[in-house]
Design a protein around this ligand. Sequence first.
Ligand code: PAF
Length: 281
Amino acid sequence: MRIIEKVKEMQVWSDAARRAGRRIAFVPTMGTLHDGHLALVRAAKKLGERVVVSIFVNPAQFAPDEDFAAYPRDFARDRALLENENVDALFYPSAAEVYPDGCQTHIDVERLAPLLEGEFRPGHFRGVATVVAKLFNMVRPHTAVFGEKDYQQLQVIRRMTKDLNFDIEIVGHPTVRDADGLALSSRNAYLSARERQAAPSLFRALKRAEALVAQGERCAGRVAAAARAEIEGEPLAEIEYLRICDPETLAEIPRIEHAALLALAVRVGPARLIDNAMLKT
Ligand code: PAF
């Protein structure tokens, strides 16, 4: 596995692979890899002959009061995991390499970004969209894989890719969960043993909503209330938002006529957990 720290070297590597007719599949990450990331890497292997994974904890997507400094980092472990997956190149740039003179140009996905996560993390998707566009120009992939756990992020990136004419196929990958349903996340490392026991209440809420919709309930308010009650039964869990939305626009909807997205963010101790489910009629 080639480890690349410089943008120029990444572009030269990528251009050589393209000239050799290789399809490049890209998995951008912030490291501290878990089985969810490894599932994205395995999906990428099926999509291209060359797989590039980036590890970059992007300061621009964290607000000053968020967990940028505390965000878990373990490069040696990540590198070994990626070597084991036979990844071709690991792109590991420094912040100075990605933002050499700061950054005066940003990408605002105007209507999707301020909703849901954006309401509670203003500026977050501006940081995500900007760094992903920069990474696309550095890695020059044919295709890129993102987890559906961050459903809104996936939609923001799809929209940005389309709006800016990136010739890159964006692929979403289903959420990988622990046996009790908790979606894998690097932030699960913040949970104490007791908090970890409280965390599957998010998954129970999603399942309760799915069951109600399967039984014929179409009122979004009633479905949301039932899902909310699952989480409120858990004293350590505090809901930040729980919404039923149009899967494309992410606008809240009163009735579930076709598919609807149930998206939620919940604080459990020091961890802010997000999850979602597609409710299908
Ligand atoms: O999902 C993530 O890990 C990050 O938001 C991403 C896409 C790597 C951009 O920094």
